[in-house]
Ligand binder design. Structure first.
Ligand code: PMP
Length: 437
């Protein structure tokens, strides 16, 4: 059997992760809030896997839905054919989305959802007879997956470096503000509106009528939990409306209850034209994504002039029966247990617990929203990830899974978390931070 001590005897599946090879860690099972490691240790899941296992692990309704589906209809072609669960799921999903967003396209991941959204936005303008809109706008430090469109609009320069020319006609909104270096760490009305005005800077560089869409994460998760300052998203919406530009929210992390509302669009009360989701859609159990579009967009494609519709898109596994069944089991679990709003109930306790870590060595900022948390550490000069990575290893050895990005510790526990779990999480983390070099 495979263990962490004998990995050399097996072929390594190819990933770019050289760290793992040096320091292998493996999970062999999981239940609700905990993983079990290959060595038999229990680890509290402080990250819901990769921000996806919102209902916790090994949930009976989801397991049973998959089991049943596998024995009934394993696969149905995604083009020309359908199957009932895909329809049933679509009907349930659009009851959760903001008013006016009543249509969904299925994908298999966050990255594919991003590509689908970008292609839909570009094609929509053409279907409407406006072929001049080809530009896309992302944001510095935005993360939109690893496919070509996603890294082009994404704001992480190192992720683009190895791949030569990507999408052309892409600009990035600024992440910082002249007046405030850390503009995206506070929800207070500090420069939110002015920061969004950066979109006008980009528009002024080009002709507004060449810009197809703006894509942002309402809260950027994987690049360090960056909170939009108050008024930011609303102002982006207004500027987009003024110029006929589509607004896309990448809700891969924020979707399905992470902020204590079904979507971040609800939390911030700003409705995008297109919403990109994945992760929590199936509780991370089966790969699946979903892209939600405003009714006007759907109608343009479905009811527009036939000769304009040359939109070819879709995947072999789009809305496949296993994924649809898993998503239905997931939604049932969310709804039965009130998980899509549980984050709002737990947020005050979560906030207080996290902020009790204030003042510990090297902690320079603590921030939170819904059931997301971030603890920013002072970087060691010249080694901007070392301190947080040592925290990650120490936490893991003490039975807690955290995630790090640069020198920021990110937390996003399953939404079933109890106060007693929060106490354990914060105590363990406190111990880790106290012993950090
Ligand atoms: N968008 C956002 C905001 C994400 O956080 C992620 C994944 N962390 C993705 C897209 C990509 O999702 P996937 O890894 O499922 O392709």
């Amino acid at each position: 059997p495979v263990t962490t001590n004998n990995l050399d005897a097996f072929w390594m599946p190819f990933t770019a992760n050289r760290q793992f090879k040096k320091n292998p860690r493996m999970f062999v099972s999981a239940d609700r809030m905990h993983y079990v490691t290959a060595e038999g240790n229990k680890v509290l899941d402080g990250t819901a896997g990769l921000w996806c296992v919102n209902a916790g692990h090994n949930r009976p309704k989801i397991v049973e839905a998959i089991r049943q589906q596998a024995g009934e209809l394993d696969y149905a072609p995604a083009f020309q054919m359908g199957h009932p669960k895909a329809f049933e799921l679509a009907s349930k999903l659009v009851q959760l989305t903001p008013p006016g967003i009543d249509h969904v396209m299925y994908t298999n991941s966050g990255s594919e959802s991003v590509e689908t959204a970008l292609k839909t936005a570009l094609a929509y303008h053409r279907v409407k007879g406006d072929g001049s809109r080809f530009r896309l706008v992302g944001r510095e430090r935005g993360y939109h997956g690893v496919n070509f469109g996603g890294i082009s609009v994404g704001g992480i320069v190192p992720n683009r470096k190895m791949f030569g020319t990507l999408l052309t006609g892409v600009d990035h909104l600024r992440h910082t503000h002249d007046l405030e270096r850390n503009a995206f760490t506070r929800l207070e009305p500090e420069h939110g509106v002015e920061l969004a005005e950066d979109l006008e800077r980009i528009i002024a560089l080009h002709d507004a009528s060449t810009i197809a869409a703006v894509i942002v994460e309402p809260v950027a998760g994987s690049t360090g939990v960056l909170l939009p300052p108050k008024g930011y998203l609303r102002r982006l919406r207004e500027i987009c409306d003024k110029h006929g530009i589509l607004l896309i929210f990448d809700e891969v992390i924020t979707g399905f209850g992470r902020l204590g509302t079904p979507f971040a669009a609800d939390y911030f009360d700003v409705t995008p034209d297109i919403m990109v989701t994945a992760k929590g859609l199936t509780n991370g159990v089966v790969p699946m994504g979903a892209v939600f579009v405003k009714n006007e967009i759907h109608d343009a494609f479905m009811n527009g002039p036939e000769h304009m519709i040359e939109f070819f898109h879709g995947y072999t596994y789009s809305g496949n029966p296993m994924a649809s069944a898993a998503a239905l089991g997931t939604l049932e679990t969310y709804q039965e247990e009130g998980l899509l709003t549980r984050g709002a109930e737990m947020a005050p306790y979560w906030e207080e617990a996290l902020h009790s870590l204030k003042g510990l060595p090297h902690v320079i900022d603590i921030r939170n929203i819904g059931l997301i948390g971030a603890i920013e550490l002072e970087p060691i000069a010249g080694e901007p990830t070392r301190r947080a990575f040592s925290a990650f290893l120490d936490a893991y050895n003490k039975g807690l899974l955290i995630r790090t990005t640069g020198d920021i510790i990110a937390l996003s526990p399953p939404l079933i978390i109890e106060k007693s779990d929060i106490d354990v999480l914060v105590d363990t983390l406190g111990g880790v931070l106290k012993s950090l070099d």
